[in-house]
Write a protein that binds this ligand. Sequence first.
Ligand code: 13P
Length: 345
Amino acid sequence: MNEQALIATARAMVADDKGLLAMDESNGTCNKRFAALGIPQTVDQRRSYRELIITTPDLGKYISGLILYDETIRQQKKDGTPFIKVILNAGIIPGIKVDIGSKDLAGHPGEKVTEGLDGLRDRIKEYALMGVRFAKWRGVICTDDSLPSRGCIAANAQALARYAALCQEAGLVPIVEPELLMDGDHTIHQCSDVTEETLRAVFKELYLQNVMLEGIILKPNMILPGLTFKVQESVDDVADATIKCLLRNVPAAVPGIAFLSGGQAAELASSRLNAMNLRFKSRLPCGVAFSFARAIQQPALEIWKGDEANVLEAQRALLHRAMCNAAARRGEYNADLESCVQSNS
Ligand code: 13P
């Protein structure tokens, strides 16, 4: 393991107010999002959509790294240029999702565990040879009156730590993503308690597996009430609860926190990230950034709708969300920025 190279990559992933763009939806998830908009669910449409994302002019101004999926990393632009070359030429660091999804956890009805450890060392080696510098693994936790179980948290935390150790062995920075889903009617306090317990379990396992904390990026959920809970806290209350939870549970050695968006509306995700940086920046030991998929991609996908004629407009919308989230990292995002979309071309 080259510790200095890992540390340099992790720092570069959260440097200069930039963040990560997750475009690592599995084929199933990508197809589901296409189907909702009437876009044909074919390999070529997925390829065209991913080409739209990676060829967005100036994307590297706001995006430090792109998280790809196995299908995508092997694809090329229409003119034959490999995607990975396009990404490197744009000054963006390529990364890859290496888990193979969450499956039912035996003995724990209603809970999931993420799979993909078998053969992972060889898969990571292949990705590293392709030029990939970081990876992602997502553990999924649900909550309700009786969940999560300790068994579910423990199984996911251990898998995350074993994955992280394998990544660092091969020189890739692991994005460690324990996600408490927003679905349900839990309170913000419940979200905070479960996230806290999960983060403690994850860091305990990372220590046990000798993962070097300076060479990881943590990708947590924000602290939010469940989507269907009757009280939805203000942007500032969410920022306060989120930073309080992270300051208590994330060791200062971690160089970057990059939130998932989890299904939040794009503008709300930007506002909440902005409030965290505006209110707490001077007290944060590490970069507080973004690693959004839907909160960056969704507006662009809705414009594109599978039609070549909409590519430029969709790229403008994608770049706009990237720009807004970079502004949120500086605590400079506001409603006026939302009207600047036309000037980013
Ligand atoms: P969302 O931002 O859409 O939650 O996706 C982030 C991600 O990478 C999920 O693993």
